[in-house]
Design a protein. Structure first.
Length: 157
């Protein structure tokens, strides 16, 4: 048998922490090493278990009852694996943080509208004041799945 990689998984949840090329002096297959279960990946099984690359395998699979299970597609920037439900959850803290970063950028980009030397009329400045206040007053829905799906106040023309 030719071994290609070692996957290190959480012994209870099966979540893969990392995958490495097969070393010259590996820990024993099935042993616990640094708190993680060691699983050898044979070269002849890579295709059948869906292995394309170490990073792809780490992001797409977990171990359950001795088998590799595909977790399905996700965007690791905005989701986190829930081992209890065996599903992807929205990383709402990351989504909210990104929306607030974008809000701050929109406020910075419109700062010029409020200066005494702004070329805008008082009427246009008032529109921008309303818009900027709407940015400050935004509420992020708890079910927001992606920052790009956030509905922003309409910027004055």
């Amino acid at each position: 048998m030719i071994y290609a990689y070692i996957a290190y998984t959480h012994p209870t949840t099966g979540v893969i922490s990392h995958v490495q090329s097969f070393p010259s002096d590996p820990p024993d297959n099935g042993s616990i090493w640094n708190g993680e279960l060691v699983i050898y990946l044979r070269e002849d099984e890579l295709e059948s278990i869906g292995f394309i690359s170490p990073s792809q395998f780490l992001n797409c699979y977990f171990r359950k009852k001795g088998d590799w299970v595909n977790r399905g597609a996700s965007d690791p920037e905005w989701t986190v694996w829930n081992s209890e439900t065996e599903s992807w959850d929205i990383a709402s803290d990351r989504v909210s943080k990104r929306v607030l970063e974008l809000r701050l950028a929109k406020l910075y980009q419109s700062d010029w509208t409020q200066g005494t030397d702004s070329p805008l009329t008082n009427e246009k400045k008032a529109e921008w004041v309303t818009y900027r206040q709407a940015l400050r007053d935004i509420t992020i829905p708890s079910d927001l799945d992606l920052p790009t799906n956030f509905v922003w106040p309409t910027e004055p023309s």
